[in-house]
Design a protein around this ligand. Structure first.
Ligand SMILES: *[C@@H]1O[C@H](CO)[C@@H](O)[C@H](O)[C@H]1NC(C)=O
Ligand SMILES: *[C@@H]1O[C@H](CO)[C@@H](O)[C@H](O)[C@H]1NC(C)=O
Ligand SMILES: *[C@@H]1O[C@H](CO)[C@@H](O)[C@H](O)[C@H]1NC(C)=O
Length: 371
């Protein structure tokens, strides 16, 4: 499936040298991989997309590469990761973010796209994941500029890097979540697919300040129902699940497991977030033994949680996702024929290699497989 590398070798040695310098001048670096074929872009699609966000470091060495189709690099560029991903037939893509105020100007948009294309070519990347989580009002200048940005980025990448992939990250529901009103159907049409961030679903919890699931089952799936109902092809949707949870500091914790949160007067929006900290799955798993409760299961939201008391005697409730809650959501992916599944982020698991962590980590990767 991989295209072979185009080699700039045609004439004699001198010509070759000139070509190499020219390429260098254009921003193309020499292939960093031991096998130069590994710098060729990945083309062709696999049936089921497993889209992985990586935030840096070397934990990628322990990922389940039998499943991964795309790695979106949100950490530092790592040429070793590039070569490895390509050796597994997996795409590796840039991340892209830009102030929407700037790109209302078509020239600024074109400049940004050129900068990203040049970078992608220089680093032998297979596309870009556009992660713009900015507020946009419906039918504003930014609204149309964003759609244009995705359209133009996709056209340029597909033309300049054959087989490349352009994706766009959207909130768990298309209903102006966190004031992000985008032209979802147009964006879905013009890029390869949307990565739906089915997490942080409590951002809009205004009325009742109590700790709750990061990605409640029914609410999560209702988001996909809405995307599909607005005419978006399920093959344009990749389900994003969280490999992290929220640790809430409770003002009080009742016997019925209600963790009440401090209210911030005059600032509805920040009531739950002010007392919640994001924690990776590996940290939560280490808290189980020292917890008051062990891992509990909330049947209403089909999510696990646990409770503990910190050194000051303050109660905490931690809501997260585990293989059980993820498998339940992953079943929807198969039933509704979505393009695939992915997570924010792959680094969140324990790759240190002890037998208990290893089992927990394998179970999380396994939960992604359509059953
Ligand atoms: C969304 O974009 C499409 C295609 O560009 C356009 O026809 C449609 O009017 C837009 N929707 C809104 C609400 O502006
Ligand atoms: C929790 O305790 C059990 C039983 O003592 C032990 O087998 C397990 O390894 C512990 N887990 C962690 C993550 O420390
Ligand atoms: C305990 O309280 C002190 C003082 O308010 C604070 O600085 C510290 O971070 C708290 N410790 C924990 C574990 O929350």
């Amino acid at each position: 499936m991989r295209r072979r590398a185009k080699r700039p070798l045609r004439g004699g040695g001198a010509l070759c040298l000139v070509a190499a310098f020219l390429l260098w001048g254009l921003g193309s670096a020499l292939c960093p991989c031991p096998d130069p074929d590994l710098c060729a872009p990945i083309s062709g699609a696999r049936d089921f997309e497993v889209f992985v966000f990586d935030v840096g470091g070397k934990t990628w060495k322990s990922y389940d590469w039998s499943q991964i189709t795309t790695v979106a690099v949100f950490g530092k560029y790592d040429s070793e990761l590039l070569c490895y991903a390509h050796s597994k037939g997996s795409r590796i893509v840039l991340n892209g973010d830009i102030s929407l105020k700037k790109i209302i100007d078509p020239v600024a948009r074109a400049d940004w796209i050129k900068e990203k294309i040049d970078l992608a070519k220089k680093q032998y990347m297979d596309g870009i994941n556009i992660d713009i989580e900015q507020r946009v009002k419906k039918r504003s200048a930014k609204y149309d500029a964003l759609t244009a940005l995705v359209k133009e980025t996709t056209e340029t990448f597909h033309k300049e890097i054959p087989g490349s992939q352009v994706t766009f990250d959207v909130a768990w529901s298309p209903e102006c979540i966190d004031h992000r009103c985008y032209n979802y159907s147009a964006i879905a049409t013009c890029c390869d697919f949307l990565f739906v961030m089915s997490y942080d679903e409590q951002n809009q919890m205004w009325s009742h300040c109590v700790a709750a699931a990061n990605a409640p089952y029914k609410q999560t799936l209702s988001g996909y129902d809405r995307y599909i109902r607005m005419g978006i092809n399920p093959k344009k949707l990749v389900m994003g699940v969280p490999w992290y949870g929220y640790d809430y500091t409770c003002l009080s914790l009742s016997e019925a497991h209600v963790c009440s949160l401090a209210k911030i007067p005059f600032q509805w929006f920040s009531c739950p977030r002010a007392s919640a900290l994001q924690v990776p799955y590996r940290t939560i798993m280490k808290q189980e033994n020292g917890s008051l409760s062990g891992i509990l299961w909330d049947e209403e939201n089909k999510a696990p949680y646990l409770e503990y008391q910190d050194a000051n005697g303050t109660f905490h409730q931690v809501w997260f996702d585990n293989p059980k809650s993820i498998s339940l959501k992953a079943a929807y992916v198969k039933e509704h024929g979505l393009r695939g599944i992915g997570m924010w982020n792959a680094n969140c698991l324990d790759y240190s290699g002890g037998s208990v962590p290893q089992e927990q980590t394998e179970a999380m990767w396994e939960a992604l497989r359509p059953k």
